[in-house]
Design a protein around this ligand. Structure first.
Ligand SMILES: [Zn+2]
Length: 488
């Protein structure tokens, strides 16, 4: 009788499956903790630098660092043969699965209330981790609270991505602005978020920030400064897109109707949807070239404006049923008092303009990358029907829609994000010596980026700083938190 009798085969399978199960259960008991040594077994690895997937490989994590990445023969990997392979306290079976660097969410806001109602910050941080996000750049939140959350995340006490705080700075006087920069540096800011500034103030901040060694993220509203100022003063990243088409307008002013009022958000977002069409192609090319030359990265946050091109879709996303916190739901309701809740009189015509706006915008992002520009992935959730984490996985899909191959999209989300943060030597790659920020995906995300969305359940493990988080457990905890809040 051959050993491959149906009985033998099913026995072997039983033994193998049991071993796999034991490994997984063992790892599950480490949820929220950092083992001395973890090995991820037999994974296909997407490094994050744009190179293709390769494997199977064993990834050895010592504490919070990637200690080794070892190629394994396909036979040994399939059979689970552990001879001559690294040993560990905890094992994650990743046969047939993909390992990627943890994602960098370059545009985040830590929030613990919406519309004046409480919402635990863990709602945001657990959704981010469950979406594979292991680092966020916070570009404006409650400073005192955010500092504590950064500390509690670093110690592993708060289940959260790494937190980099780019503190919001607004000022109208150049000297006062420069002294604020110095004070924010002393108080522990990792960088600055600039918004709504006069040109002389913008310059003064840039010079003080360069001296202090603080990077700058710029959300250029419709204001005195635009991308040419970012180019001249070497801003680290332009957020969203404002300031770029503005810099390519014939006379630098958009053709607003006489009734336009910038303080009215319905006006503001309606006419923002008609801005890209006014940018001259040749002038735009020069702006994009200038950004590349000056090393100004672009964090387009495509997903945050999507409601503008399809409102009803945005208002009826399937995961709202289980994952939308009631405080956030209240904030999303059309209401001029809440930033970004401008859909009081949204029209078909608005959506048509926004669809065209997206096409030109996406083509510009693609062209910027072709010229050598650094494109990153950021989310800006907590506004305009975007839920933390879900907004990020949608952002990646929209990068693909803009014409980037999924491998390139993963690079935007990982090593490009690390580069924009100035952390390219320790974050954003699956590389020996790098920090152990990794995700394990069941299935190939390159085949379908939807696998990375929480409600599709592709992400099994998120490892941040060597701490293991079982993504389905985080998702369940969030669902429970939402159910409880709704019951109140
Ligand atoms: Zn924002």
């Amino acid at each position: 009788m051959s050993v491959w009798s149906p009985l033998g085969a099913s026995l072997l399978c039983l033994l193998l499956c049991q071993a796999v199960l034991n490994g997984q259960q063992g790892a599950a008991s480490w949820h929220g903790k950092r083992p001395a040594r973890t090995v991820i077994r037999g994974a296909l690895v997407i490094e994050g630098n744009g190179t293709p997937a390769a494997g199977p490989k064993d990834i050895v994590i010592d504490g919070n660092r990637i200690a080794a990445i070892v190629s394994v023969s396909p036979e040994a990997a399939t059979k689970g043969d552990l001879k001559n392979r690294p040993q560990a306290d905890v094992e994650i079976d990743a046969r047939g699965k993909y390992v990627l660097p943890g994602f960098v969410n370059l545009h985040a806001h830590l929030q613990d209330e919406r519309a004046g109602r409480a919402m635990p910050v863990e709602y945001c941080t657990k959704l981010w981790l469950a979406s594979g996000i292991t680092a966020i750049r916070d570009v404006g939140s409650n400073w005192e609270k955010a500092k504590l959350w950064r500390e509690r995340s670093a110690s592993g006490e708060l289940a959260a991505p790494r937190i980099f705080l780019y503190r919001g700075l607004t000022a109208t006087d150049p000297a006062a602005a420069a002294s604020l920069v110095r004070r924010y540096k002393e108080e522990g800011a990792d960088g600055l978020k600039l918004f709504g500034l006069y040109r002389d103030v913008f310059r003064s901040i840039a010079e003080a920030a360069d001296t202090a060694g603080l990077r700058r993220a710029h959300h250029a509203g419709v204001e005195e400064t635009n991308a040419w100022d970012d180019i001249e003063l070497k801003t680290s990243t332009i957020e969203h897109w404002y300031g770029i088409p503005d810099a390519a307008l014939a006379d630098r002013v958009q053709g607003f109707p006489p009734s336009y009022n910038y303080s009215n958000e319905l006006d503001r977002f309606r006419w923002a949807g008609r801005l890209w069409r006014e940018a001259g192609a040749a002038r735009l090319e020069k702006v994009l070239e200038g950004m590349v030359r000056a090393n100004v990265a672009w964090d387009p946050t495509l997903s945050i404006y999507e409601a503008s091109r399809d409102l009803e879709k945005a208002q009826n996303q399937p995961y709202f049923r289980e994952y939308l916190h009631p405080s956030l739901a209240a904030f999303f309701e059309p209401n001029p008092a809440n930033h970004g809740s401008y859909f009081t009189k949204w029209t078909t015509e608005d959506e048509v303009y926004w669809k065209e706006n997206y096409r030109i915008w996406m083509a510009a992002v693609k062209r910027f990358a072709e010229l050598g520009g650094l494109v990153t992935a950021g989310e800006d959730a907590g506004f305009i029907y975007r839920v933390y984490g879900f907004g990020y996985s949608r952002e990646l899909e929209l990068h693909q829609e803009a014409g980037f191959a999924p491998l390139k999209v993963i690079q935007h989300a990982t090593s490009n994000g690390a580069l924009a943060l100035g952390k390219e030597n320790e974050l954003g790659r699956v590389r020996t010596g790098w920090l152990a920020d990794l995700i394990v995906v069941n299935g190939n995300p390159l085949e379908n980026l939807k696998r990375l969305a929480i409600h599709h359940g592709g992400i099994e493990w998120t490892i941040k700083d060597g701490i293991l988080y079982h993504a389905p457990r985080l998702a369940r905890e969030v669902r429970e938190l939402v159910a409880e809040a709704r019951g109140k």
